[in-house]
Write a protein that binds this ligand. Structure first.
Ligand code: NAP
Ligand code: F7E
Length: 338
């Protein structure tokens, strides 16, 4: 296990996107490792942050080793101030509009939040007097119209969505700042990763939630778009471990984080219905308006480099993931009803 102190003092991490799926798991992981964790949250009309409530309401944690700051990716002055105050050893930059389908509807704000905000943060890091290890949340979507499968760190970027274009820009900027200014920047090129904390508008969680509703008699139909798309699906808790490991390595680099196994959306539907013992044929329906203008080709990752260099490997399987998600939704809905 890597040291969690520098020169005898506690390590400090800053997470953008701390309220998201990955941010919340990463926050728990770093607190467990003894870090002081600062998170940036944006102002919303609802002050409850569901994925963090358990930490925010722990008096021995909140305000002692875990701190939240208001900030927005568009607000460079505030970002600079937070970084100056927190003096992080490590920054995990996870924030941004993360829905590929939606990026076709709101391309400008998607690019602004993903591409320009990453550049903004890199510029702030460049000005800091102390060295910062910077993690950038890149994605398999940079490969889009792939020419080879599986993809490696050497596969050319050919994004097929506004989201993918913005992430490709941010990933390249990370490389430029690493080479040009000697900044410690790692691009984690992560393939789809899911969990019970996944947003409900991503396909796996939409499926697990609706399958649980159907099982409990609260719904009858699951409506999806294209179920033939294939993805390399892993578990978010395995993937946040990879983010941390990258920043502990002596030299910064880019790494693919994936399982190397390909499944279709339909495979996930079948696995989820199998958990509750119901026939999917009776409940599944299609809505063409959910389909996207373009789908990426076969996204499948070769995570050989991170296994060789850092020793990371996924622990959870596709079947474990589907089971955990459906069971968590069943338990959650049962709680809500009681
Ligand atoms: P997520 O659940 O959608 O979380 C996104 C986070 O970004 C939330 O905390 C959100 O805050 C915050 N955010 C969005 N716009 C912001 C803004 N303008 N200012 C400040 N904060 C903002 O995403 P995730 O699944 O955890 O993914 C984390 C990162 O990894 C994202 O950058 C995503 O694009 C990337 N990624 C994800 C996957 C995956 O399969 N999950 C794969 C590859 C890469 P609110 O809570 O206020 O909305
Ligand atoms: O779609 C199809 C859809 O939205 C997966 C993000 O975390 O991973 C994620 O992006 C597939 C696509 O994930 C519905 O057309 C069918 O083929 O769950 P998704 P995504 O687009 O792969 C990458 C790596 C990221 O970086 C992103 O941040 O499922 N699909 N029917 C549907 N998708 C949704 N959302 N909803 C449907 O009803």
């Amino acid at each position: 296990m890597a040291e969690t102190t520098v020169n005898g003092s506690e390590r400090v991490a800053l997470i953008t996107g701390v309220t998201g799926q990955d941010g919340s798991y990463l926050c728990e992981l770093l607190l467990k490792k003894g870090y002081k964790v600062h998170g940036i949250v944006r102002r919303t009309s609802n002050v409850q942050r569901l994925r963090l409530e358990h930490l925010r309401t722990m008096p021995e944690v909140y305000g002692k080793s875990f701190f939240l700051h208001y900030g927005d990716l568009s607000d460079a002055t505030t970002l600079r101030r937070i970084i100056h105050l927190a003096r992080p050893d490590e920054i995990y930059h996870l924030a941004g509009q993360s829905h590929v389908g939606l990026s076709f509807e709101i391309p400008e704000s998607t690019c602004e939040e993903i591409a320009m905000a990453t550049l903004r943060l890199l510029e702030i890091c460049r000005d800091q007097p102390h060295p910062i290890h910077f993690y950038h949340a890149s994605t398999s979507e940079i490969f889009g119209f792939v020419k080879e499968s599986p993809q490696t760190e050497e596969t050319p970027f050919r994004p097929s969505s506004p989201y993918g274009c913005a992430k490709a820009f941010a990933t390249d900027m990370g490389r430029v700042y690493r080479a040009g200014y000697n900044l410690f920047v790692c691009n984690g090129i992560l393939y789809n990763h899911e969990s019970p904390r996944r947003g409900e508008n991503f396909v796996t969680r939409k499926i697990s939630r609706q399958v649980a509703r159907i099982k409990l008699g609260m719904a009858d139909k699951l409506t999806l778009g294209n179920v033939h798309g294939r993805r390399d699906w892993g578990h978010a808790q395995d993937y946040v471990e990879a983010m941390w490991l990258m920043l502990q390595h002596p030299t910064p680099d880019d790494y693919i984080v994936a399982t190397g196994k390909s499944h279709s959306v339909m495979d996930f539907v079948e696995a989820a219905f199998a958990v509750v013992g119901l026939p999917w044929e009776k409940h599944l329906e299609f809505d063409r308006s959910i389909e996207r203008p373009i789908e990426p080709a076969r996204l499948l990752g070769d995570a050989g480099k991170i296994e060789r260099v850092i020793g990371w490997k996924p622990k959870r399987t596709f079947e474990m993931l589907a089971t955990e998600m459906v069971e968590a939704d069943l338990a959650d809905l049962a709680d809500l009803r009681s």
